[in-house]
Design a binder for this molecule. Structure first.
Ligand code: KIV
Ligand code: ZN
Length: 516
């Protein structure tokens, strides 16, 4: 049996440190459920001491997720560790992850402590955590820039104190693969009790080397990779989970290792994380980018048509990109539509199917070809993402715009069931539409982010809009799709407003970021 690399997903903790990507409890749980399907080994659900919202999120994920270990982050002090344990203790396999910096630069300027003081604090923290649970991870923050002989001493001491995983983070993304691999080799050879713990790495992407460094570490003995979906995270992000997993899978001949990841869930997970965080995936992103399996040049297309392996080192199906050969047209009925969705891996209940079918019919009337990608987007927006009650519901939108008129939007909308209509002028058609919707909405949020992308090529492509809204300390993402980008923008805004209203009604349980 090949040895296994433990996949430690920190999308919900380090990933959430991406600027503007905060998630509420409900969204974190949705991602955690998807990570469970993906079969990651460990979900780091948050940093409980940092906020009430994070505490609740970790507690909820720990209670609900049964198929993975759930980890909670804590600085190396008793208060943090107590909060981490309180939040994570109901998990089937709870883990406390405690950390302290080991680099001289952090010790001098941030902690203002000596090496001996930090070593003592690390040992005390691990002993305290080990009183609560047998699964304790210790991280030497900024290890990539730390004196290796000192890190080896710290690792030896924390393993004796009860750490079962020792993590070597390249916190600032400074190291280079052959150098990083050599550091791991050094630790494997100079920490006498290293066989009693799993060696882990946690790489940041400041020089674009996070995945390469992680693989170099694995080649030298590391057996846990900390990573995030789409590589999101602090600054330039973390090592991307899908890239590490597919490198290990595609080059099993070289590494001789395996992960437990169900790779067919990589693409759906990437889409979900992008939708809920509002962080878009660049088209040329490896594995999950829109162009990852697109062949543009004639020579490449010719090769792929003759034999896909000429230019494809893995198949789109292997990472869960859904394609179906069943034809679907404007005149297709509900059962053909259902069969098509099932062929693509979507099993919807009757109510969900009716909702998506109505959107499909509307789309087929307005758009020449409905692509598989369009259907995926409809299912995502109508079913996977639309999990809140529709207090606001768009009925009609009429927009007047052009070079000779001041843009005007008339919006007819149900507000708590009551039909209302207003008109507003704006600087552009979307501005006018948002002003009209805001007039009818009981919530007047701040628009933090607005992004539009097209799902397929061509001028009749579906437009996908994502907005980030904030009101009274609550932040949510709204999504909308439509061939008309003004309508897609209206749908995204209304979806966001419904999510805000729902979050506010549920109160802090759904993630108001109150400080503890
Ligand atoms: O980058 C880092 O060092 C971290 C630690 C808390 C593991 O995120
Ligand atoms: Zn980090």
């Amino acid at each position: 049996m090949p040895e296994k690399v433990i996949i430690f997903d920190t999308t919900l903790r380090d990933g959430e440190q991406t600027p503007g990507a905060s998630l509420n409890v409900e969204e974190k749980l949705q991602i955690a459920r998807q990570l469970e399907l993906l079969n990651v080994d460990v979900i780091e659900a948050g940093f409980p001491f940092s906020s009430r919202g994070d505490f609740e999120a970790v507690k909820t994920v720990a209670r609900e997720i049964r198929g993975c270990q759930v980890a909670a982050l804590a600085r190396a002090n008793f208060q943090d560790i107590d909060a981490a344990w309180e939040a994570v203790k109901e998990a089937t396999a709870p883990r406390i992850h405690t950390f302290i910096s080991t680099s001289d630069i952090h010790l001098k300027y941030q902690l203002r402590k000596t090496r001996e003081e930090v070593l003592e604090q690390a040992v005390a923290a691990v002993k305290h955590a080990a009183r609560y649970c047998s699964n304790v991870e210790f991280s030497a923050m900024d290890a990539g820039r730390s004196d290796l002989e000192y890190v080896a001493r710290v690792f030896t001491a924390v393993i004796d104190a009860g750490a079962t995983t020792v993590n070597f983070p390249d916190t600032v993304g400074y190291t280079i693969p052959h150098e990083f691999g050599a550091k791991i080799r050094y630790l494997m050879e100079h920490v006498p009790n290293i066989h009693k713990a799993v060696v882990s790495v946690h790489c940041h992407n400041d020089l674009g080397l996070a995945v390469a460094n992680t693989l170099a570490a694995i080649a030298n003995g590391a057996r846990q990779a900390e990573c995030t979906i789409n590589g999101i995270g602090e600054r330039a992000g973390n090592a991307s989970l899908e890239e590490i997993v597919m490198a290990l899978t595609t080059r099993k001949d070289l590494f001789g290792l395996e992960t437990g990841i169900v790779t067919q869930y990589l693409y759906p997970t990437s889409r979900l994380v992008s939708k809920l965080t509002g962080v878009v995936v660049q088209p040329n992103k490896a594995i999950v980018g829109a162009n990852a399996f697109a062949h543009e040049s004639g020579i490449h297309q010719d090769g792929v048509l003759k034999e896909a392996s000429t230019y494809e080192i893995m198949t789109p199906q292997a990472v869960g990109i859904k394609k179906s050969s069943l034809p679907l047209g404007k005149l297709s009925g509900r059962s053909a539509f259902k069969a098509k969705l099932q062929d693509m891996g979507f099993y919807l209940n009757d109510e969900e199917l009716n909702r998506v079918f109505a959107r499909f019919k509307d789309l087929a009337d307005r758009k020449k070809t409905v692509f598989d990608e369009d259907l995926v987007s409809l299912v995502e927006t109508e079913v996977i993402y639309k999990s809140v009650p529709e207090y606001l519901k768009l009925e009609e939108l009429v927009v007047l715009t052009g070079t000779m008129v001041k843009p005007n939007a008339t919006v007819k909308m149900r507000v708590g069931g009551e039909l209302k209509t207003v008109s507003e002028f704006g600087d552009g058609p979307i501005d006018a539409t948002y002003k009209a919707i805001t007039r009818l909405s009981p919530i007047k949020p701040r628009l933090l982010k607005f992004s539009v992308s097209s799902i397929t090529g061509g001028t009749e492509a579906l437009g996908e809009v994502s907005v980030r809204l904030e009101d009274d300390g609550y932040t949510v993402t709204g999504q909308g799709v439509d061939p008309d980008i003004v309508t897609a923008s209206a749908r995204a805004y209304i979806n966001g407003l419904n999510r805000l209203k729902f979050s506010q009604e549920m109160g802090p349980k759904l993630g108001k970021p109150e400080e503890l």
